[in-house]
Write a protein that binds this ligand. Structure first.
Ligand SMILES: Cc1cc2nc3c(=O)[nH]c(=O)nc-3n(C[C@H](O)[C@H](O)[C@H](O)COP(=O)(O)OP(=O)(O)OC[C@H]3O[C@@H](n4cnc5c(N)ncnc54)[C@H](O)[C@@H]3O)c2cc1C
Length: 498
């Protein structure tokens, strides 16, 4: 693997492979354990395909009891575990470890309960994101967070990554739409957090788990909020002569108090690639394209669309077209939703970055990225959730050309540093994984990172769940003061211990 160091495989565990495989087969009978090299090949990477690693063994449990017994076995025998959903992570979160069990949750694929009066769905973690909407749309409901990968990605993976999508500007990310979880800890204990009710007492562990990237436990059940479809949704395509004009327009729309259902932006190279791919009718002469969707009652949508048009014209928009039918609205979105595969057609490889910035900094960051493109000698196409300030620069490279992957990684790191420098953050929705792990100190102090690891230690004191991801340096839990014993004396001896 280029650039990213992973923890060295434990030779003792590698030597015990046959014994570990036999133990897993005793827990999950039939075809639930995959140990043949050729059959494990599909699991060697996720959607960050530049990095590959064969796992020690793959296990596909079907029941919570099996998950619990596998994790307890791994805990007692000090074997690492990498949880996996559909493997669409763009940050390498599901990258296997040579000495780790890869636990695929894709056999947990059932919807358990649809509760329209409480507007909630309970699903197993392997159900796809779109599968939830499909299960409730006949009654006019849907699940709002809509990653572009929604046809494939699992709701468990969405929880682990706190995934977003084009409609999250108005309706929130996964964390704002998850109501409850069942999780199995590395010790095999099963915990339940939240539920169909609104608030739970105590610490907000539900929020902690959302975005925990498979480092704190394995999600075995998810309760999510569903929403009623808005009465009307119409989208406007707005073309600008420069990205800076588009960026200013985004900031002005939000500053005017308008929260569109979605507000996405694409730059020149992305417009051309998407148009070649799906023929969505995008203006090829525009340097930036905004898709602004307004939803709600018809009169409100008409009013707000007129306001958006005014703001767009004031920001030098040269092209403006509003969808006149549901079919046309979906065509407008088709180009944006297939922007990644579209870009895949114009370059042998690409790295999809994910940084978030304050909206007002869009023009400055777009200009900065153009300079970085020249500095690193690589092209970049930009697709982003503009309303959220969440950028997805796609860095185009050819892995077969020596040095290009390294240049792409350096370019990507510079983009993320720029995001942090203007007051933004390293990730918006794709997670840290291995991709942004070594950049964490750009954003967090040593003390910040240590405190985050103390939380990790509270759930996984042996660092067996997905190690090598998220944290650039692993500290032993004892070194972090977890259970500090001074001269044989426990701190706070008066506190009852269990
Ligand atoms: C073409 C494309 C478009 C995309 N568009 C978007 C987008 O618009 N928005 C967005 O947010 N993301 C997007 N993604 C990224 C990706 O789809 C999301 O991160 C998604 O949530 C990953 O889900 P998954 O089931 O594939 O998880 P995986 O890739 O299998 O795993 C991701 C992480 O979750 C952990 N995990 C998985 N299941 C569990 C579980 N049951 N319990 C505990 N941990 C678990 C894994 O350990 C890993 O750390 C896109 C990806 C692709 C390839």
């Amino acid at each position: 693997m280029v650039g990213i160091a992973m923890p060295a495989p434990d030779r003792g565990v590698l030597a015990r492979r046959d014994e570990i495989v036999a133990a897993l087969k005793a827990i999950v009978p039939g075809e639930g354990v995959i140990d043949a090299l050729t059959e494990m090949r599909p699991y060697e990477t996720d959607a960050l395909t530049a990095y590959r690693q064969m796992p020690l063994v793959v296990v596909l449990p079907e029941t919570v009891d099996q998950v619990s017994r596998i994790l307890r076995y791994c805990y007692e025998n000090e074997v690492k575990v990498v949880p996996r959903g559909a493997g669409t992570s763009l940050s390498g979160g599901a990258l296997p470890l040579a000495d780790g069990v890869l636990m695929s949750m894709m056999k947990f694929n059932r919807i358990l309960d649809i509760d329209f009066p409480n507007r909630a769905v309970i699903a197993q973690p392997g159900v796809t994101n779109l599968g939830i909407t499909r299960a409730v749309e006949h009654e006019g409901f849907y699940y709002a967070p809509d990653p572009s990968s929604q046809i494939a990605c699992s709701i468990g993976g969405n929880i682990a990554e706190n995934s977003g999508g084009v409609h999250c500007l108005k309706y929130g990310l996964t964390t704002n739409n998850v109501l409850g979880l069942e999780m199995v800890l590395i010790t095999g204990e099963v915990i339940r957090l939240g539920g169909k009710h609104m608030e739970a007492e105590g610490y907000d562990l539900l929020a902690l788990m959302t975005g925990s990237e498979g480092l704190l436990g394995v999600v075995t059940e998810v309760t999510v909020r569903i929403l009623q479809k808005p009465e009307t949704a119409r989208a406007a395509l707005v073309g600008f002569p420069t990205s800076e004009d588009g960026g200013r327009c985004v900031a002005d729309i939000i500053a005017a108090g308008i929260i569109p259902g979605g507000m996405e932006m694409m730059d020149g190279p992305a417009i051309q690639a998407a148009e070649d791919y799906v023929n969505a009718g995008y203006p090829r002469d525009a340097e930036a394209l905004l898709i602004v969707e307004l939803d709600g009652p018809e009169a409100e949508v008409d009013f707000l669309l007129a306001r958006v048009e005014e703001i767009a014209r004031a920001n030098r928009a040269g092209y403006l077209r509003v969808s006149t039918s549901e079919e046309e609205r979906l065509v407008f979105w088709a180009g944006r939703k297939s922007a990644f595969p579209a870009v895949g057609r114009i370059s042998p490889d690409y790295l999809c970055m994910d940084g978030t910035i304050p909206r007002r900094e869009l023009p400055r960051v777009l200009a900065g990225m153009r300079e970085l493109s020249v500095k690193h000698g690589l092209r970049c196409a930009n697709v982003f959730h503009a309303g959220d300030g969440n950028l997805h620069p796609l860095i185009l490279y050819d892995a077969n050309k020596p040095g290009e992957l390294e240049a792409a990684e350096a370019f990507g790191a510079d983009i993320l540093r720029l995001c942090v420098a203007v007051g933004g953050v390293l990730t918006g929705e794709h997670g840290v994984g291995i991709e942004k792990r070594d950049l964490m100190p750009e954003m967090f102090s040593e003390d910040d990172l240590k405190q985050q690891q103390r939380v990790k230690c509270a759930f996984d004191d042996k660092h067996l769940l997905n190690p090598g991801k998220v944290f650039p340096v692993l500290h032993r839990c004892a070194d972090l003061g977890m259970m500090h014993v001074h001269k044989g004396q426990l701190a706070f001896p008066d506190i009852p211990r269990f």
